[in-house]
Ligand binder design. Structure first.
Ligand SMILES: Cc1cc2nc3c(=O)[nH]c(=O)nc-3n(C[C@H](O)[C@H](O)[C@H](O)COP(=O)(O)O)c2cc1C
Length: 203
């Protein structure tokens, strides 16, 4: 969707609405419905989002720190493994996200896969805030390049940024894994705009 179709504020609203639609934890109106030109084809953007949301995913918190000491972090479900040799992973960040500047600048980032009992942490990092780490500082420690890393994630991948690729209204960050760790616990799952109970697969 080009900026010519939706203004910047509408893009931000659309971004949040997409991630929070149907999510009772967010008491936010969803006011995005448009039959706009999507990639030159007339597609209902809201319906496209609904369809894409049928792909069930895990949930990650990605963190970073710039050389100037600015930290940023957000919840994503766009994480994907890319390559084992070399070890590459990817995730997407909305172009209007306040954290974009820090991720564009920083050389490293860390991806944390959330366990089922980390729903609150995932929600915490899904809301814009001046300093998201202020309330949860105890849960983090310094990782590679001083990037704040969560102590008890289900899995953790500390990455050197390999590239930032144009992905339409998102930027695709590809990272080379330099260190990783994992544990065995039930995962936090996301499907059709809702977090799922990992035992039952139901909301
Ligand atoms: C389950 C879930 C998945 C999300 N996935 C993404 C994602 O892949 N990319 C993205 O840019 N935002 C995603 N978001 C929205 C961001 O977490 C949210 O916009 C956050 O406020 C961005 O951080 P910032 O405001 O510090 O830039 C997701 C939100 C939720 C609840």
């Amino acid at each position: 969707v080009s900026a010519a179709v939706l203004g910047p504020q509408e893009l931000v609203d659309a971004e949040l609405a997409w991630w929070t639609a149907c999510n009772a934890s967010f008491d936010m109106a969803v006011a995005v419905a448009s039959r706009a030109e999507v990639g030159g084809v007339s597609l209902d953007k809201r319906e496209l989002r609904n369809a894409l949301g049928r792909f069930a995913t895990g949930v990650c918190v990605v963190t970073t720190r710039t050389s100037g000491g600015q930290t940023a972090g957000l919840t994503v479900n766009s994480f994907s493994s890319v390559s084992l040799d070399p070890p590459l992973v990817a995730w997407c960040l909305g172009r209007n996200a306040p954290s974009l500047k820090a991720f564009a600048e920083a050389e490293h980032f860390a991806v944390h896969v959330m366990s089922a009992d980390q729903h609150a942490m995932a929600m915490h990092f899904a809301r814009p805030a001046t300093d998201k780490f202020a309330d949860v500082r105890d849960e983090f420690e310094p990782g590679i390049d001083q990037v704040p890393v969560l102590r008890n994630a289900l899995a953790r991948f500390e990455c050197r940024k390999a590239s930032a690729v144009d992905g339409g209204d998102h930027v695709i960050f590809i990272g080379r894994v330099e260190r990783f760790a994992y544990t065995d616990r039930p995962p936090l799952l996301f499907h059709a705009g809702r977090f799922l109970n990992s035992d039952t697969g139901r909301p």
